[in-house]
Design a protein around this ligand. Structure first.
Ligand SMILES: Nc1ncnc2c1ncn2[C@@H]1O[C@H](COP(=O)(O)OP(=O)(O)OP(=O)(O)O)[C@@H](O)[C@H]1O
Ligand SMILES: [Mg+2]
Length: 232
């Protein structure tokens, strides 16, 4: 589903923040992405959700060489990807319900048809009483739950989550991790960036560790279901 070969990234004229990253993500795989603050986790995710192009190297996604995809085709590829941003990226002028409905609206669904589905998901993440509230009036954890609901509502093929449980209490964090497990069981490919060292212990998926922009696969002490799949 995804292949990186010797990918490098720099911002502007700054230093390279990702060096020679090679990896391959099989369809249906689930990886944690770990590493110290500043190691490059969010930068790597921004390449995966096609927000940036690499400075060097090859990226293949969904059977396309990304460098060869015309700009006007990128939205079609992006629609296969759900993202939970570290800082949420919610639209402040839309209600929680409208934020979550957005991916379905963009895909051309009728407002009336999707409403029940969106409400059901928001109730499930414990926000049934906040449907009409706009993000500026939500707490950090509530915004995070809206962001997760928006990322999963359209059943993406690839789900990228940047520290998705950072602001959540244990109960709701656990619930979202169970949702990710269920989506993975149904075939969604996941990459979850996290500082939370407990997650890879609790959930036995292979770990990709970034150290100063270099990627190292690590065997998960939790005992992974999937083989570690970083290319050598
Ligand atoms: N937009 C940007 N412009 C310039 N430099 C950036 C930009 N975004 C990130 N960087 C730099 O790239 C490096 C990696 O940052 P990144 O946000 O990917 O780290 P991270 O692993 O996600 O960290 P954290 O755990 O704190 O979220 C850092 O040195 C950072 O300063
Ligand atoms: Mg980050």
């Amino acid at each position: 589903m995804v292949r990186f070969e010797n990918v490098g990234l720099r911002y502007g004229n700054g230093p390279e923040v990702l060096h020679d990253v090679s990896l391959s993500l099989a369809p249906g795989s689930y990886h944690f992405l770990v590493g110290a603050s500043g190691a490059g986790k969010s930068s790597l995710l921004s390449l995966l959700y096609l927000a940036r192009r690499p400075t060097r190297g090859l990226i293949q996604m969904f059977d396309h060489d990304i460098a060869a995809v015309p700009r006007d085709q990128m939205p079609t590829l992006r629609r296969k990807i759900g993202v939970v941003f570290q800082d949420y990226h919610l639209l402040d002028h839309l209600s929680a319900l409208e934020n979550v409905a957005l991916p379905l609206r963009v895909a051309g669904n009728d407002r009336g048809k999707i409403r029940d589905h969106v409400i059901e998901l928001l109730e499930w993440v414990g926000l049934g009483d906040k449907l009409d509230v706009r993000p500026p009036a939500l707490s950090g954890g509530e915004k995070q739950r809206v962001a997760v609901a928006r990322a999963v509502i359209a059943r993406p093929k690839l789900l990228l989550a940047d520290e998705p449980t950072g602001n959540l209490d244990d109960t709701i964090g656990e619930r979202l991790m169970r949702l990710f497990e269920e989506l993975n069981r149904l075939g969604t490919t996941l990459v979850v960036a996290t500082h939370n060292n407990n997650l890879p212990v609790r959930f036995p998926h292979p770990v990709l560790r970034l150290e100063d922009g270099e990627l190292h696969p690590v065997a998960n002490q939790g005992g992974g279901r999937h083989a570690v799949s970083t290319a050598s």
